[in-house]
Design a protein around this ligand. Structure first.
Ligand SMILES: C[S@@+](CC[C@H](N)C(=O)[O-])C[C@H]1O[C@@H](n2cnc3c(N)ncnc32)[C@H](O)[C@@H]1O
Length: 352
């Protein structure tokens, strides 16, 4: 997949901080991979990095770039946005063709743009022949190039807006530090803290091999037993989910916590056990990985599938034991891995 880089020239750190931040945010949200800014501006770099940390994605910002040299050495297509250029409407089919083969550098100005950029660019493109802002010019340009598909892009950040008709709803996926703070706030003891660390280590290892969302796995695995601060019984998963719901933690994480018991609990079983009368089976890849990692960690030690199945059978929980075997087989074949081999490797590493 080809990449779009945006070059912002003539950035004046004191005067243009706000508008250059908006150029960067627009580039990021509308599908560019990076923004390059000619003047060094660490504050601006930090602002954009903070947005990445919260809202996700892998957008890159670099400041202090030698703009003319960068344009001269650029290997792909250079497009300079200027009200004096050729009409975007006319030239967009040609640009789309070029973008199928080559990366694209989109140059936007701030104050007066030196003639060299008009000369060195492959295309000088006007969104309209009327003066507009570089923010709107860039947004419209990228939207036309991607035909709106960039608006559907998933950034997988730890803050995710839940579209609502009125008001603001933001899903929150806590990072590692925030998970630890939540666990401590609820009064988790050392036993819970070391167990969730171990489950998290294994879940992340499996998650990486399965191409799962690691931010979700990290939060789900660290928080899966937060309900043990209330009870160690069968209700601990629903209690944990309730604690997190009250703290506005993302439903994605709440579901991991609520559905992590064994390889899940069916609606009928939930009713028999006096749990909420709904299906508590893990559904998403991340829910399944965390549930299974927990099945394979006893206290703070990993155990093999046979050992965990044996433990369930000893308690007469034959259906639950079979479900754990099925879940392991499902993950193994879905991700092309052997989870038992991963456990054995971990044990060998530990033994030294
Ligand atoms: C506020 S304008 C300043 C333009 C400046 N006076 C000049 O000499 O080019 C800042 C930037 O917005 C972009 N821009 C403004 N109007 C545009 C338009 N109609 N089409 C494309 N880009 C435009 C250009 O990249 C321009 O460098």
């Amino acid at each position: 997949m080809q990449k779009i880089h945006v070059l912002r020239i003539n950035h004046r750190p004191f005067r243009d901080k706000r508008i250059t931040t908006h150029v960067a945010l627009t580039a990021r949200a509308f599908g560019a991979s990076s923004i390059l800014i000619d003047q060094k501006d660490e504050e601006l770099e930090n602002t954009v990095k903070k947005v990445n940390k919260n809202f996700g994605g892998s957008f890159i910002i670099e400041t202090g770039i030698e703009a003319k040299k960068y344009v001269s050495n650029y290997r792909g297509t250079v497009v300079h946005l200027t009200m004096y250029g050729e009409s975007l409407n006319k030239i967009v089919p040609e640009l789309k063709m070029s973008f199928q083969e080559n990366d694209m550098l989109v140059v936007v100005g701030a104050s007066k743009v030196p003639p060299a950029f008009f000369e060195k660019s492959h295309y000088n493109v006007s969104v309209t022949n009327q003066p507009i802002s570089e923010v709107s010019a860039l947004a419209i340009f990228l939207d036309r190039l991607f035909d709106g598909s960039e608006l559907e892009e998933s950034f997988s950040g730890r803050l995710r807006i839940v579209p609502t008709q009125r008001g603001k709803k933001v899903d929150w996926i806590p990072d590692r530090e925030e998970c630890t703070a939540l666990l401590k706030e609820e009064g988790s003891n050392e036993r819970i803290l070391t167990h969730v660390e171990k489950v998290s280590e294994l879940a992340l290892m499996i998650g990486k091999l399965c191409n799962a969302d690691l931010g979700i796995i990290e939060a789900g695995s660290l928080l899966h037993d937060i309900g043990r601060t209330k009870t160690n019984g069968i209700r601990h998963a629903v209690e944990g989910a309730e604690i997190l719901r009250k703290k506005n933690v993302s439903q994605i994480i709440v579901n991991i916590v609520e559905r992590h018991t064994g390889a899940g609990i069916t609606k009928d079983e939930a009713m028999e056990l006096g749990l909420p009368d709904r299906d508590l089976m893990p559904l998403t890849l991340e829910e399944k990985i965390v549930a299974q990692a927990d099945n394979l960690v006893s206290g703070n030690e990993t155990i093999t599938l046979d050992q965990t199945v044996e433990n369930y059978r000893k308690k007469g929980l034959f259906k639950a034991a079979q479900r754990i075997i099925d879940l392991q087989n499902e993950l193994n074949s879905r991700c092309g891995i052997d989870i038992d081999a991963i456990i054995k490797n971990l044990e060998n590493l530990r033994k030294g």
